[in-house]
Design a protein around this ligand. Structure first.
Ligand code: SF4
Length: 300
């Protein structure tokens, strides 16, 4: 396992509560990473020796602005590349956005700016445009993360009405698997015989939260690095022996249904929808691999 990227979920909290959010971010969500925990994660990353880049994300990391800035600076001082993912709520004007970003100039290698019809009432929001302009002024490399509104979902304006932007299909896991599946076309569950998005056999990057959980995919963990060291977890990782990853590697989410004889519907929207529902059904049986409650919408 050659782990080069660590994505720190600085908080599960967010000022927004988007329907497509993988991690169930919301103002009421629990769980914030402390500076001491950030430093512990960095120390363990240094000990492992293969990590090249950290991302600071959430939830919304700008909600804990001084901690985020300190975490970015300390990663930079350790020689790590630094990325930040934000919903750009703070970019009220270009002038103000410059002030928010100024402490990150020369430190952050990638500012990823979420903007779409799940976050705002236009695909390319004023906040995103302000944040992009401010980042350019400061010489911070930046780009947008935009999720498409799937065909069939009620309550959202047609994406075509917005200006053309590059966008990605959403994955129906987390809150999206609960809030957005109504009205979307489905396929028979047996067709979902592989994980289309994560390299579960040899993950190059994982997410870590304030409980130390190392997430291979949101809510699917390989242990806690506050209980065992990152070196130990990476060394001991045996994908085929992991009770959830093993089936996913041999036959995708459909293999979870078969391996554990799980009750299921006849059709699902995508592989993540089936995977998320089957993992939710297995939570009590494999609590050390499927959690925390935040990732399954059970805590806020
Ligand atoms: S199929 Fe499962 S493991 Fe793969 S990306 Fe989707 S939810 Fe994650």
């Amino acid at each position: 396992m050659n782990l080069t990227g660590l994505h720190l979920l600085l908080t599960y909290q967010c000022n927004y509560e988007c329907d497509h959010c993988f991690v169930w971010g919301s103002p009421a969500q629990q769980g914030v990473m402390t500076l001491a925990q950030v430093r512990d994660v960095y120390r363990q990353a240094q000990e492992l020796g293969t990590v090249e880049m950290v991302y600071l994300e959430g939830g919304e990391p700008f909600l804990y602005y001084p901690i985020m800035v300190r975490a970015a600076r300390e990663a930079f001082e350790l020689g790590l590349q630094v990325g930040i993912v934000t919903n750009d709520y703070w970019a009220t004007t270009v002038e103000d956005a410059v002030e928010w970003l100024r402490p990150l100039a020369g430190v952050v290698d990638d500012l990823s700016i979420s903007t779409d019809l799940f976050h705002y009432d236009e695909v390319s929001s004023a906040q995103a445009r302000n944040a992009l302009a401010a980042a350019e002024q400061l010489g911070i490399a930046s780009g947008t993360l935009t999720c498409e509104v799937p065909v069939g979902i009620a309550g959202y304006p047609a994406q075509a009405a917005g200006e053309p932007v590059e966008s990605d299909a959403i994955m129906f896991k987390g809150r999206a698997a609960v809030k957005l599946v109504e009205g979307v076309a489905r396929r028979p569950w047996r067709e979902f015989d592989e994980c289309p998005h994560e390299r579960l056999g040899d993950p190059g990057r994982v997410h870590v939260d304030c409980y130390g959980h190392l997430h291979l995919c949101q809510g699917l963990t390989m242990g806690s690095l506050f209980e065992r060291s990152l070196v130990e977890l990476v060394t001991a990782y045996e994908p085929a022996a992991h009770p959830i990853v093993g089936p996913l590697l041999t036959g995708g989410p459909a293999a979870l249904v078969e391996r554990y004889s799980l009750p299921h519907e006849e059709a699902y929207v995508d592989a993540c929808h089936l995977c998320y529902e089957m993992r939710r059904a297995l939570r009590e049986r494999f609590p050390e691999h499927l959690g925390p409650a935040q990732m399954y919408g059970e805590s806020s």
